[in-house]
Design a protein around this ligand. Structure first.
Ligand SMILES: *Cc1c(COP(=O)(O)O)cnc(C)c1O
Length: 376
């Protein structure tokens, strides 16, 4: 059937299907029942805080009732943590949904956004869906955000300036000085969206403290965070946004579906937020393991992008999609990047120590084997 005859807007068939990671069940068959190592979706190998299971059990008695459409308890806890009023906070079914809400609320057909490249594909796709144009600003040669080039692109006064900090799929990040410098070039008519899905991993040292920097700014902005990554709640879908003003949140609230964050998700996020110990454990496990995997890759001659996240982005000698098949045959799920110009990069999430060992073992096997076949 010719897709042009389907009853959908042309913008819909312009966007690619989301490159969601494979599940363990997808891969089990092909590796003879070996335990599958899932390092494709940046999930927390320690799981969620044990307090989450307790909260879910308690909440199970209320499943006949609609969730709180305002997520009041969770918003209060977030407001306290970040010292912002609750009316500047919005909750979403994952931060992905918040992106969708914001784009639908703001972007007209024919307008344009500015965003780095490569970056999180939804940052572009939701713009395309609105009929808007995307101005891509490539990362620099070190795979870091190119502040000067971004500043130049901002002269075009885009409707949205969308940036993931740290950058997914790369891991690199903006420091305070770089973010301050960028903010100087954002026009009053541009909405700044800072997608900080990996902020908990990146906090400290020189990672830009966006909420502090934006506090006295006159710009329109929203900072997005999620419970999917460091808090280990990807399966429940909870994200949140903190905006420059309550009026913006009021507008976004009109666009979202009223009960977008379900009862279990609200209760789980509240419990996860209260367990600083579990978060600290997650972060220290991740930094130690990430540096071990990084050293291994670099010692074996791979170029690895700088990372303050729970993943590493490294260059391989052939099409990443083909190479990822060889990892799958060994039960290791990775994320082969597919965007043009970066399709020879693999992204590996940092897992449990055991899973990371399996990944490193697979690297050794695959690359040793290819060396042997190349030089018989
Ligand atoms: C994982 C990720 C998200 C999605 O988070 P959810 O809250 O699970 O929807 C958003 N942005 C970036 C950059 C991510 O890597």
């Amino acid at each position: 059937m010719n897709i042009a005859t389907l009853p959908v807007r042309p913008e819909v068939y312009k966007i690619a299907k989301y490159n969601a990671g494979l599940s363990s069940a997808d891969v089990e068959k092909r590796c003879n029942g070996a335990k599958v190592v899932k390092l494709g979706s940046n999930e927390n190998p320690l799981g969620a805080s044990p307090l989450v299971a307790q909260a879910l059990q308690t909440q199970a008695a209320t499943l006949n009732l609609y969730p709180d459409p305002q997520g009041r308890l969770l918003k209060h806890a977030l407001a306290e943590k970040y010292k912002v009023p609750t009316d500047r906070i919005i909750l979403g079914n994952g931060s992905e949904e918040l992106l969708s809400i914001i784009y639908r609320a703001t972007l007209n057909s024919g307008e344009h956004i500015v965003t780095p490249y490569p970056s999180f594909p939804l940052h572009e796709d939701y713009a395309t869906l609105q009929g808007a144009d995307v101005s891509r600003v490539p990362l620099d040669v070190h795979l870091e955000l190119d502040v000067a080039a971004l500043k130049t692109a901002l002269l075009s006064k885009p409707k949205l300036f969308v940036i993931a900090n740290p950058v997914n799929p790369v891991g690199s990040w903006l420091n305070n000085q770089q973010l301050t410098d960028l903010l100087e070039s954002v026009a009053p008519e541009t909405l700044l969206i800072l997608d900080e899905a990996y902020a908990e991993y990146a906090f400290g040292a020189d990672y830009a403290d966006s909420l502090a920097l934006l506090k006295n700014s006159s710009l329109q902005w929203i900072v997005l965070r999620t419970f999917s990554k460091a808090y280990g709640l990807a399966g429940l879908r909870v994200g949140y946004g903190i905006a420059s003003n309550a009026q913006l949140i009021d507008m976004f609230d009109r666009v979202r579906s009223p009960f977008n964050v379900n009862t279990m998700a609200q209760a789980a996020a509240l419990a996860a937020l209260s367990d600083d110990g579990h978060l600290a454990k997650t972060i220290s496990h991740n930094s130690a393991e990430r540096e071990q995997v990084r050293c291994f890759l670099e010692d074996n001659g791979f170029t690895v992008a700088p990372s303050r996240t729970n993943f590493l982005f490294f260059k391989v000698h052939k099409l990443a999609a083909d190479l990822s098949e060889e990892f799958l045959n060994r039960g290791v799920i990775l994320k082969p990047w597919k965007q043009h110009g970066y399709d020879n990069y693999l992204r590996v999430s940092i897992g449990s120590s055991e899973d990371n060992q399996r990944f490193m073992q697979a690297v050794t096997e695959i690359f040793l084997q290819s060396l042997l076949t190349k030089n018989p």
